[in-house]
Design a protein around this ligand. Structure first.
Ligand SMILES: [Cu+2]
Length: 160
């Protein structure tokens, strides 16, 4: 069932049609245009490309973790489900923080990016350890690791 669900931005997703890619590209351009049109002194110091990539990765991670947590109801899977639920919540909060540059607080933004990457890695490792059980755990683990890297890249770009 998970296999047929398309998660935007998931790595190694070979089921994306060309039309879906175009749509994703349009959405990305709209977001970037909108953000660039907003005048905030903070925005000028931000790496917009990395921020957009981080938002996409957080969104994909949030979707994958929500679905993964929902289906991890079997015995012994409580820890995985709980970690996925927390990672989904953190990913969503992270993405929404990046959509509010006008009130961006640099220090908390960087602390949050670091905390997110830490949680995403822990969750990714937990999910990946169950990859033999079902494809969903591999896919969720990949989304978590990709988002952790995007959060790291975003945070590094802010230290400059
Ligand atoms: Cu998971």
């Amino acid at each position: 069932m998970f296999r047929n669900v398309q998660v935007s931005g998931l790595p190694e997703n070979d089921s994306l049609e060309a039309a879906d890619v175009d749509e994703g590209e349009n959405r990305r351009m709209m977001m970037t245009d909108m953000m660039s049109s907003m005048s905030s002194p903070v925005m000028e110091t931000m790496d917009m490309e990395k921020m957009q990539a981080c938002m996409d990765a957080c969104m994909a991670c949030e979707q994958a973790c929500t679905m993964c947590a929902d289906s991890s109801t079997g015995e012994d899977m409580g820890r995985c489900a709980s970690m996925c639920a927390t990672t989904a919540d953190m990913s969503m909060a992270m993405m929404r923080m990046m959509m509010r540059p006008m009130g961006m607080h640099r220090e908390s933004m960087m602390a949050m990016l670091e905390a997110c990457a830490m949680m995403m890695r822990a969750c990714g490792e937990e999910c990946t350890s169950h990859e033999g059980m079902h494809d969903q755990y591999r896919m969720c683990g990949n989304a978590c690791m990709a988002a952790a890297e995007a959060c790291d890249a975003m945070r590094m770009s802010m230290t400059a």
